[in-house]
Design a protein around this ligand. Structure first.
Ligand SMILES: CC(C)(COP(=O)(O)OP(=O)(O)OC[C@H]1O[C@@H](n2cnc3c(N)ncnc32)[C@H](O)[C@@H]1OP(=O)(O)O)[C@@H](O)C(=O)NCCC(=O)NCCS
Length: 161
């Protein structure tokens, strides 16, 4: 029996974090590892919300840090499931930084992660299909297939070397 489709908006995540001293390096800039942790969490929530299962990170595509985020700024993470394959799904996370004093909002980072839904024994299980409902969601859905092919090619190159 085919599983029903679930709209993208049903699993989207908006997460907001204030950058505190413990999250920063000696220059008061947000640590890359802390941002990666928040990206992973936002994506894990979106994938789990979609599949109604525990989801684990299978891979993270290239991450580029576009500009430093300072202590006292706010980080906004917007996570959205782009496409469900069988047991795996691509989640896109857009990261914005907001300066509360000036109101300036900047694009700081974008990441694509692959999550796999698993059962109690850690075996991958099929996820419900995803229903893109507008042009942006459809574009991300279409592009996700090309990115999956690239990453699976890279993975097989890395595991056969
Ligand atoms: C992710 C994991 C569940 C995959 O299990 P597996 O036995 O390799 O299962 P499969 O080979 O059947 O792959 C399952 C799905 O994951 C996808 N996948 C597996 N590794 C992948 C990778 N590195 N990148 C992208 N997709 C990947 C497969 O393409 C497949 O997708 P599909 O079902 O949608 O077609 C398993 O490798 C695992 O548990 N890894 C550790 C996860 C973890 O602990 N993450 C936290 C970081 S430490």
């Amino acid at each position: 029996m085919k599983k029903k489709s679930i709209p993208v908006k049903r699993s989207q995540v908006g997460m907001t974090q204030l950058v505190l001293p413990n999250d920063t390096n000696q220059l008061g800039n947000l640590l890359g590892g802390q941002l990666m942790h928040w990206i992973d969490l936002a994506a894990a929530i979106a994938s789990s919300r979609h599949s109604k299962r525990v989801c684990v990170t299978a891979s993270v595509d290239e991450l580029n840090f576009i500009h430093p985020i300072k202590q006292g700024e706010v980080v906004i993470l917007l996570a959205s499931v782009n496409r469900v394959f069988r047991t795996s799904m691509e989640v896109g996370v857009r990261v914005l930084s907001e300066n509360l004093l000036t109101g300036k909002v900047q694009h700081a980072n974008s990441a694509y992660l692959t999550f796999v839904s698993i059962d109690e024994s850690g075996t991958p299980v099929e996820s419900p299909r995803l229903e893109p409902e507008n042009k942006d969601e459809q574009r991300r859905y279409d592009d996700a297939l090309r990115r999956r092919e690239d990453r699976l090619r890279r993975r097989s190159r890395n595991t056969t070397n």
